[in-house]
Every structure is written in C-alpha cells, then in structure tokens.
Design a protein around this ligand. Structure first.
Ligand SMILES: Nc1nc2c(ncn2[C@@H]2O[C@H](COP(=O)(O)OP(=O)(O)OP(=O)(O)O)[C@@H](O)[C@H]2O)c(=O)[nH]1
Ligand SMILES: [Mg+2]
Length: 423
C-alpha cells in the first residue's frame, strides 16, 4: 500500500503567561519531523483552562478546520495528551484524524526500538494508551484507513488491535515476556556488580549529547579493546537502549559508563513506566552525569524536566554532576557558578581534564595506599593488582612479591591477609 505523505497542523493551548509555549510547539514540530510528518501550520490559543470536551475552544477549532480545508493538511496534532472524548469530539468536528503528543512520541519510539526489550516496552505502552481510547479510534478508523498513530497500516492489523479483549490478552503476554527479559538483565547486572567497579550513568534531555560524550570517554580511556562506539545523531531519541561500556582511566582506574534514553517534556507516563526497567541501571549508579545542551535557550526547563523524570522513575539521592555540553557554541559560558557543574564540549573534546579529575575525586576518593606481600604461590593476586590498581612499587623478595599500590578500599579489605600495612 502506497503511504500517503502526512501533513499536519499543530495545535496548542497557552496557559497563563507561559513563556515556554512557543518552544513546546517547536519541539512538537521536531517530534513530527522525526516521524516524517510535514508541518503545514501551527495554531495556538491562549486559555485560562483546557476545554474538557474539545481541548481548545469551539471557535478556535473551527479556525483549525478552515486551515485544514485551505491547505493539504490531513492530520491534526495536539501538543498535549488528549482524553479519549477529546479525541472523539475534535475528530468529529474537524472531520480529520487527530493525534496527540503522546502518540507521536510512542510512534518515534516504536520506529527506533531495536532490541527486543525496547520493542516490547514500546508496544506495551502503546497498547496501554490505546485501551481507553478504543471508541474514539474506532470512529476515526471508520472514516480513514490509517493506523492509530502516524504510520499507516493494513486494515487487518488495525482490526485486530481494536478488539479490547485481544488487546488485554496481548498485553499480558507482552508483560510476561518483558518480565523474563528484565530478570535476565538483572542476572547480568549482578554478575557485573561482582566486578565491583563504580557505575556512572549519563542522563539528560534528548539530543543533549549523552552518546557523543560516551564516545568521547571511550577515546580518552586507555582500554583499547572495548571501544564499541554508540550511535549519536542530531535527532530526538537517537538512543532508546541502555548501553554499558567499561572506561579505564590512567592508573588502572576503571568504571562502567551507562548511556541511556533521553527525556522530553510531557514524556508519556506509560512510556516512563515501560522504560523503568531499562532505567534500572541508572538507579544503581554511583554517580550521575546530567548532560545539558547548554546551547539550547530552553536548557533550564530541560534540566527541570530531566530531574522530574528521574524522580518519577525513583532515582533519588545519587550524587549528580551537571555537564553543560556544547559549550563551545555559547559565548558567555561561565555565568552559572555552581560547584557541581562543569563546562564541556563532547564534540570538540573540551573540558575533559576537569571532568576526569572530578570523576577521580568522586569515584575513587576512598582509594587507599597499601603494602602487600604475596607469597609466590599466590601469583594470581599480583596479576590482579597489576590490572586493578595503581602500582607504585613492586619487588620480588625472598618470601614473595612485595607491592605498594593505591587500590580500591574493597580490595584492601578483600586481601587483608596479605597486607603489611596501610601507608
Ligand atoms: N556543537 C556541538 N554539538 C554537539 C556536542 N555534543 C553533541 N553534539 C551534537 O548533538 C547531537 C545529539 O547528540 P547525541 O550524542 O546523539 O545526543 P543524545 O543526548 O545521546 O540524544 P538522545 O539519544 O536522542 O537522547 C548530535 O548531532 C551531536 O553531534 C557538542 O559538544 N557541541
Ligand atoms: Mg543518545
């Protein structure tokens, strides 16, 4: 079936004196582009409060209808999550397919999801979103042959999806499958924890530069073998899956770095819930690097949205360092004077010296200087410390190998029996 080019009119309500309304509409436009939907026009209305039946006022809606008939637009996208009856009512009046910000984001996630886990999570979130909206969707589909979101699908599939009982059945199957995958992941994570390496997670708004930063870290690190670069791209939600890489800094100081999915304003609640398991890695981090697109005029709101979303997934009380990224694009860059922030450019690899120093301080502050004497029968321990500690001195003596090292506190405790003294 030939897919019709989708052309949309964006509709938003400006509540109070929101300065962020225009930016939210711009972001909606970017989200539409990410779904290959062209934007014909934007219509905004200043409102005291949202109209419960049609979201914007009836008069304004007719204005949208006029724009629809004057252009070749065939889709209306609201910049917020609509209730089932709002979708039904606006579709009836506009005689056109209506979707909202939520389904747009769900569609992007659906298109981008690559791993089985991500696919399941998105599908589940989509079904959850659809369930209470079946009536409205059914009507809309009677008129149009299009799918639920922005993608056109075959009629057979949509019919199946619109059957409530079948949806519920499917959701329960997906949940079980997801649970199984999550368990599998927890086992993997448990294995990793045994390595006792500190975990650092990159978090932040979508397109802030998290993946680019991760790749920069891999270049700086000394581990030559494990340089599996992650995907970075100038588009919203380039990253949907969590990737973990080991970064080794000089002096054998290693940590695990986690790249995660970015956040966006009004991120659908179902989606946050569905992605909770992916983001569990973040919950267990020792340190969060909050990456901010400092060149974005809206960066303050983006920080706020990110912090709120983190709270929603239960991430609290983890030390956080703000990385004001893309700082090479900003002239007056040092006006934020906060102790917990650094200015970097992931693209130009600037500001990394200070960053690495800060990481050293916060991750390896409890490292200790220890002297060991390993008998020659325990050669594997010598090997271990050569790879996991900063070796200051080493000497083969009569009774064994003498080592003076700076190592992790945990290792000191573990190998206490071989210790001569703490220096
Ligand atoms: N000018 C400039 N651009 C940067 C910098 N860091 C990243 N970018 C660009 O910003 C865009 C987004 O970068 P990503 O690393 O994919 O961003 P992300 O935070 O991983 O985004 P999501 O995965 O979508 O959440 C890319 O086009 C990068 O090249 C920087 O320091 N300066
Ligand atoms: Mg990314």
């Amino acid at each position: 079936m030939q897919e019709e080019q989708q052309v949309a009119i964006l509709v938003g309500a400006e509540l109070q004196q929101q300065s962020s309304h225009e930016r939210s509409m711009d972001e909606l436009e970017q989200l539409a582009f990410a779904c290959e939907v062209a934007v014909e026009a934007k219509v905004s209305q200043r409102l005291e409060k949202i109209n419960p039946s049609t979201y914007i006022g009836a008069g304004k809606l007719l204005e949208v209808k006029q724009v629809l008939s004057a252009t070749d637009a065939n889709l209306v996208i609201f910049d917020d999550e609509l209730s089932p009856s709002q979708i039904r009512n606006t579709e009836q009046i506009l005689e056109c397919k209506v979707i909202d910000r939520t389904i747009l984001i769900l569609d992007i996630f659906a298109q981008r999801a690559k791993t089985k886990e991500a696919k399941l999570q998105v599908e589940l979130a989509k079904l959850q979103y659809m369930l209470p909206r079946l009536v409205g969707l059914r009507q809309s589909l009677g008129r149009q042959s299009g799918g639920v979101g922005t993608t056109n699908r075959g009629a057979g599939e949509t019919k199946l999806e619109l059957d409530r009982r079948k949806i519920e059945e499917k959701m329960s199957i997906l949940s079980k499958e997801l649970e199984r995958l999550v368990k599998q992941r927890q086992i993997q994570r448990g294995r990793r924890q045994k390595q006792e390496m500190p975990v650092v997670a990159l978090v932040g708004y979508t397109n802030a530069g998290k993946s680019t930063l991760m790749n920069a870290f891999l270049q700086f690190g000394t581990n030559a073998s494990d340089k599996k670069y992650v995907f970075e791209e100038n588009m919203l939600f380039a990253t949907l899956e969590t990737s973990v890489r080991k970064v080794t800094l000089p002096k054998n100081r290693s940590f695990l770095l986690t790249d995660t999915v970015g956040f966006v304003n009004k991120l659908p609640h179902h989606l946050v819930k569905a992605f909770r398991s992916t983001l569990e890695e973040v919950k267990e981090a020792d340190l969060l690097l909050h990456v901010v697109d400092y060149s974005n005029p809206n960066y303050e709101q983006q920080i706020q949205v990110t912090n709120e979303t983190l709270k929603e997934i239960g991430v609290e009380n983890i030390p956080m360092i703000y990385l004001f990224n893309k700082s090479e694009l900003v002239d007056d860059k040092f006006h934020i004077n906060r102790e917990d922030s650094l200015y970097v450019s992931a693209r130009e690899k600037k500001g990394f010296e200070a960053l690495l120093q800060t990481l050293e301080l916060s991750l390896f502050a409890t490292d200790v200087k220890v002297e060991f004497l390993f008998p020659y029968t325990a050669g594997e321990h010598v090997h271990y410390f050569q790879n996991h500690a900063d070796v200051l001195e080493m000497e083969h003596q009569e009774t064994g190998t003498y080592m003076k090292v700076i190592c992790r506190l945990k290792d000191k405790q573990k190998y206490e029996q071989f210790m001569i003294k703490t220096v």
